[in-house]
Design a protein around this ligand. Structure first.
Ligand code: BDR
Ligand code: CA
Length: 308
């Protein structure tokens, strides 16, 4: 089984990603770490605990992490996730509390205690927790297995600004720091995640499953369907955050290209834009990977199997 830590800011699509991971036996889930992003960290940590309770996975510890980006003001994306972060799902106080300690320390402790390259990390929110962990323990970069990140915008354009995707825009300095370390980064940006859409038929298929996990996943997608229709004019909302988790389960579902990625931190106009260089001769070396394509049916098949 693949040992995995998920760093996230649930978030309706983070919620689906967590349900996918909780229901997939191929993972040994070491921890969920929460970061402030879509909503403040107190809420994202609570939402992670709600989802683990729905999934019956209270064996997985949830750690609370950074409540604000390294240098920027906290932004939030409540209009896409609801004021509490879980769309139409009314939050409640979960039975089990957060584990003791900061998310960044949990990442360091769990990864450094295990064999090199054996723990994968999926990052589904702003990269603040991982940047803090790498500052504190630089050896973490070499120790970590694949770091599968939802973030970035290139050909598809941005979703929070014309140039940038939310997770990278929210804490561009953290993203730039992470990319400058030796981490084995695979970025699932909008070029790939916009290919994975919750069509009416896919949502209806989940609703037909009838388990609490399937109902929760479908409810997140119904909420996205409503807000994306209203805000962006799309009938089928993209389902971003499950992509890196799905890739860890089934790498063949995504097309990846080696590249070197840099993040814009100086300009306000293009803050958080990901500049992706594919030309080795220009870049010198291509230490990162960028997702260019996705098999949406394959991703939804994994989600359906996990919530059943
Ligand atoms: C990303 O931003 C967040 O609002 C979503 O949860 C996802 O992680 C998409 O740009
Ligand atoms: Ca997210």
């Amino acid at each position: 089984r693949q040992a995995l830590i998920i760093d996230c800011d649930p978030g309706v699509d983070d919620a689906v990603a967590l349900l996918l991971a909780f229901g997939s036996e191929a993972f040994e889930l070491l921890a969920i770490t929460a970061v402030g992003g879509n909503v403040p960290v107190v809420k994202t940590a609570r939402n992670a605990r709600i989802l683990r309770q729905i999934a019956g996975r209270e064996d997985v510890p949830v750690f609370m992490g950074a409540d604000r980006p390294l240098r920027r003001e906290p932004a939030g994306a409540g209009e896409f996730h609801g004021a509490e972060g879980l769309g139409d799902l009314t939050p409640f106080e979960p039975h089990a509390p957060c584990a003791e300690g900061h998310a960044a320390d949990a990442i360091i402790d769990l990864v450094m205690a295990r064999p090199a390259k054996s723990v994968a990390l999926a990052v589904l929110g702003p990269l603040t927790n991982l940047a803090l962990a790498l500052r504190k323990e630089p050896a973490l970069a070499e120790r970590l297995g694949p770091v599968a990140i939802m973030g970035g915008a290139r050909a598809e354009g941005g979703n929070i600004t014309a140039s940038a995707e939310f997770n990278i825009w929210a804490d561009p300095e953290a993203a730039a720091e992470v990319l400058a370390t030796g981490c084995d980064v695979v970025l699932f940006g909008l070029d790939a995640t916009h290919q994975v859409r919750a069509t009416e038929a896919r949502i209806a298929a989940l609703e037909a499953v009838g388990t609490p996990m399937a109902d929760a996943a479908a409810s997140m997608m119904r909420f996205s369907q409503r807000v994306e229709r209203k805000i962006v004019g799309w009938d089928a909302p993209p389902v971003h955050d499950p992509c890196p988790v799905a890739w860890l389960l089934k790498p063949g579902l995504f097309g990846l290209k080696p590249c070197r990625i840099a993040v814009e931190t100086g300009s306000e106009l293009t803050r958080g834009h990901t500049a992706v260089e594919f030309r080795e001769g220009v870049a010198g070396a291509l230490p990162h990977r960028w997702a260019t394509s996705a098999d949406a049916d394959g991703v939804f098949a994994l989600i359906a199997a996990a919530v059943r």
